[in-house]
Design a protein around this ligand. Structure first.
Ligand code: ZN
Ligand code: ZN
Length: 244
């Protein structure tokens, strides 16, 4: 499988970029993990908006779902021009019924809910979900494809159950919203030190740091995680690609 970082910013996108969005591909199957602001525009650097088979949302904060409405319009307009190629489903949790109810739209896109601990197969990918520590319900994702595994933490503060969930994965996509010493656990986010602690316990093959802050030099985050983890630590950038 191949992962492409479409967007990686915390909160809002910097100029010409996007907040959370990760394109996951195996052959012709294309999924998007989260769909923040700027993602519809940025996604078109890699594929057409009509090419997605599914979208999996971790939670309903805007930096993870703001472009869903934009995507619905894109589908509707392209369908009207008979460009429709694939059915698409948006997967989300139903802890927030109102937010979930807005995911499907006319005949452009359908929705389906997922539940913690219940495996969900989407094409060649198998997802399992774990609720994170965040001010609103949010789910980390464990993704398996042909014997390779990824965990995407989504938004969360550190907790030991996350280390269990992440144990031994090939790739950890970890939110890293702050620098060592920043007091952000109360907001449901991890610092570089927290990611280091998580990695030390879970021993992933490699880490991508994402959901990056608007302050400071991101290379410092890498250096701070490296105090705890000796494997490869990659800073998410628009267009970063990893093949597993
Ligand atoms: Zn959030
Ligand atoms: Zn976020």
């Amino acid at each position: 499988m191949r992962l492409t970082v479409v967007g990686y910013w915390h909160g809002y996108p910097e100029k010409g970029e996007a907040t959370s969005g990760y394109l996951l591909e195996d052959g012709d199957v294309k999924l998007l993990l989260d769909f923040g602001s700027g993602v519809v525009s940025q996604l078109q650097n890699y594929c057409s908006v009509q090419d997605l088979d599914g979208i999996v949302l971790s939670h309903y904060h805007q930096d993870h779902q703001a472009d869903i409405g934009v995507y619905q319009y894109a589908r509707l307009i392209n369908n009207g021009m008979n460009k429709r190629l694939k059915e698409t489903t948006i997967y989300g949790h139903q802890d927030d019924e109102q937010a979930f109810s807005k995911l499907s739209y006319k005949n452009a896109v359908t929705s389906q809910s997922y539940q913690e601990g219940v495996p969900l197969s989407i094409g060649p990918f198998t997802f399992t979900f774990k609720k994170t520590m965040h001010p609103v319900p949010c789910y980390a994702m464990h993704i398996e494809n042909k014997g390779k595994t990824i965990v995407y933490t989504a938004d969360t503060s550190y907790f030991s159950g996350l280390a269990d969930f992440t144990q031994g994965v090939d790739l950890l996509i970890a939110e890293c919203s702050g620098y060592e010493g920043d007091q952000i656990a109360q907001y449901g986010h991890m610092t570089s030190e927290d990611v280091g602690k998580l990695a030390k316990q879970a021993k992933p093959g490699k880490i991508v740091l994402t959901h990056l802050p608007h302050a400071g030099e991101h290379e410092q985050l890498q250096q701070e995680v490296a105090k705890h983890f000796y494997g490869e630590i990659i800073l998410a950038r628009s267009g970063s690609q990893l093949t597993l």
